[in-house]
Design a protein around this ligand. Structure first.
Ligand code: TYM
Length: 341
C-alpha cells in the first residue's frame, strides 16, 4: 500500500508562518517517506492575477520550500502547470463531481458569487482532488483550512472506485498537533494568510528580523495578565504560545508557565521566530534562479511517469480508450507540458 505524501502551495502571495507551521514543517520532517511537493500555480489563476507577479511568486515559493529543507534528492518538487496530467485528470474528475458539492465549498462561498467570478474558482476543488489522486497518495499534510478539500477528494475517489473499479488510492488529511490554523497576530480569531488585506499581523518568511519583531511585539493579546494556554478564552496569547511551540519544538501548555507577563512571552516569540527564519532566509538568498528552475524541471520529469500512468488508468476505466494495452513497440515517454522560455 502507498505511504506517499503530497502537499501544494498556491503562489498568490509570499509564504507566511502559517504555511510553514501547517504544511512546510510537517512535509520537511517526514521526508523519510516518499514525498511530493508542488507549487500550485494553476490554483493561482482562480482570482484576478498578474502574470509577471505569478511567475516571480512561483519561483519564490519553490525557493523557500528548498530553503526550508525540502531535499530534491529525496522529494519530488515541481511546478503544477508543467505537468499535463493535472489538466487532464481535472476534467475527467469533473465528470465524477456534482455542481452541488463544489458549490458548497468555503472558498467559493467567501470569494465567489458575482457574475465576474472566474468559473475556475468554482471548479478548483476538483483540480485539487486531481492533484492528489494523480500520485497514489496516502496522506496529505495540510493546515486545517484544507480539510474540506481533502474530504471532497476522498468522496470523489470513493465514488469513482465504486463506479469504475479500484483506480484510486483514497487519501486522508493530516494536520500538525499544534498551529494547524495559526491566527493572524492582529486578529487571532482570523487565519494568518498570505493574501490578508492587512499585513501587520502576518509574519512572512522573508520579512527582515526588525519587521518580524515589530509585528510580534504589537500582537493583540487578551484581557488579564496571566500567560495561559486557553484558545477559547485567550486566543491571542494561545496563538503566540502555539507560534513559540512551533519554533522551539515545545508544547504550548508547558511553555506558558515560563513567562510571567505578556511582554516576556512576546520577546521570546520574536527571538524564536527570528532564529527559525534566519537560516531559511540565508539559504533562500544563496539560491539562484537557475538552481530553482533546475530542481523544478527535474521534479516535473520524475512526477510525470506516475501521473501519466494514473491518467491512462482513469481513461481506460471511463471507456475513453480502446481498452487494449498500448503497443509495446511504442514505449511512451512521460509527458510534461511544453517548457516555457
Ligand atoms: P495555500 O497555498 O493557501 O496554503 C498552503 C498550506 O499552508 C497551510 N496554511 C496554514 N496552516 C496553518 N495555519 C495557517 N494560518 C495557514 N495558512 C495556510 C494550508 O492549509 C496549506 O496546507 N488549495 C491549497 C493548495 C493545494 C494543495 C493541493 C494542497 C492545491 N492542491 C493538493 C495539498 C494537496 C491552498 O490553497 O493552500
Amino acid at each position: 500500500m502507498s505511504d506517499r505524501r503530497i502537499s501544494g502551495f498556491k503562489p498568490t502571495g509570499p509564504l507566511q508562518l502559517g504555511n510553514y507551521a501547517g504544511a512546510i514543517r510537517p512535509l520537511v520532517l517526514g521526508q523519510d517517506r516518499p514525498t511530493v511537493a508542488f507549487v500550485a500555480d494553476l490554483h493561482a489563476l482562480t482570482v484576478p492575477h498578474d502574470p509577471e507577479r505569478l511567475r516571480a511568486l512561483t519561483l519564490q515559493v519553490a525557493g523557500l520550500l528548498l530553503a526550508s529543507g525540502l531535499d530534491p534528492r529525496r522529494t519530488i518538487l515541481y511546478r503544477q502547470s508543467d505537468l499535463a496530467a493535472h489538466y487532464e485528470l481535472h476534467y475527467l474528475l469533473e465528470c465524477a463531481a456534482s455542481y452541488g458539492e463544489v458549490h458548497r465549498m468555503i472558498q467559493f462561498k467567501e470569494k465567489g458569487g458575482g457574475s465576474g467570478t472566474r468559473l475556475s474558482l468554482l471548479t478548483y476543488p476538483v483540480l485539487m482532488a486531481a492533484d492528489i489522486l494523480l500520485h497514489d497518495i496516502a496522506e496529505v499534510p495540510v493546515g486545517r483550512d484544507q480539510r474540506q478539500h481533502v474530504e471532497l477528494t476522498r468522496d470523489l475517489a470513493l465514488r469513482f472506485n465504486e463506479r469504475h473499479g479500484p483506480v484510486f488510492t483514497v487519501p486522508r488529511a493530516t494536520h500538525p498537533a499544534i498551529a494547524a490554523r495559526l491566527g493572524d497576530l492582529a486578529d487571532p480569531t482570523a487565519k494568518m494568510g498570505k493574501t490578508n488585506a492587512a499585513t501587520n499581523g502576518v509574519l512572512f518568511l522573508l520579512d527582515p528580523p526588525d519587521v518580524l519583531r515589530r509585528k510580534i511585539m504589537r500582537a493583540v493579546t487578551d484581557a488579564g495578565t496571566e500567560v495561559a494556554y486557553d484558545p477559547e478564552r485567550k486566543p491571542g496569547v494561545s496563538n503566540l504560545l502555539e507560534l513559540l511551540a512551533t519554533c522551539t519544538n515545545g508544547r504550548p501548555e508547558q511553555l506558558a508557565p515560563d513567562y510571567p507577563r505578556y511582554g516576556a512571552l512576546k520577546t521570546a516569540v520574536a527571538d524564536a521566530v527570528i532564529a527559525l527564519l534566519e537560516p531559511i532566509q540565508r539559504r533562500y538568498h544563496e539560491l539562484g534562479t537557475d538552481d530553482i528552475e533546475q530542481a523544478l524541471a527535474q521534479g516535473a520529469e520524475q512526477a510525470a511517469e506516475r501521473a501519466d500512468a494514473t491518467v491512462r488508468r482513469v481513461k481506460a476505466a471511463m471507456g475513453l480508450t480502446s481498452g487494449r494495452p498500448a503497443p509495446s513497440s511504442t514505449p511512451e515517454t512521460p509527458r510534461t507540458a511544453p517548457a516555457r522560455h
